[in-house]
Design a binder for this molecule. Structure first.
Ligand code: DGP
Length: 113
């Protein structure tokens, strides 16, 4: 997808701190971390948001959840973590390429919104 920030990161045109990569997904550290561990997991195929991805490729959406579990384990998040995906303007989604935020490494705030 032309002019998509995360497509450019996936293609290596914009540098990122890679955490994990395979043929379907790419994971990297958020540039503005909200917790000691803040990883973004994105599908390599461009989907605008989680709903578009889940409707068009539910297997991929499920695969991404499994990868979140693997990344949380490899990041040492034994005591839990938070998984967030902002979907649309009311949720302040700022990058229109589906991404899952994996947050942890400390006691997170009780309130989410
Ligand atoms: P959201 O608000 O849910 O669309 O989250 C987008 C996230 O992307 C936000 O937490 C900051 C992160 N981000 C934006 N630009 C870059 C970048 O160039 N590199 C990295 N690593 N993260 C970025």
């Amino acid at each position: 997808m032309d002019n998509c920030l995360f497509c450019k990161i996936i293609e290596g045109k914009i540098p990122s701190a890679k955490v994990y990569e395979d043929d379907k997904v790419y994971a990297f550290r958020d540039i503005n971390p909200q917790a000691p561990v803040h990883v973004l997991l994105v599908p390599k195929k461009h989907y605008a948001n989680v709903c578009e991805c889940a409707r068009e490729d539910a297997d991929l959406a499920g695969y991404m959840l499994k990868k979140c579990a693997d990344i949380a384990e490899s990041e040492g998040l034994k005591n839990g973590f938070r998984l967030i995906t902002n979907n649309g303007p009311d949720a302040c989604q700022s990058v229109q390429h589906m991404h899952l935020h994996i947050l942890g490494g400390e006691q997170l705030a009780d309130r989410m919104g």
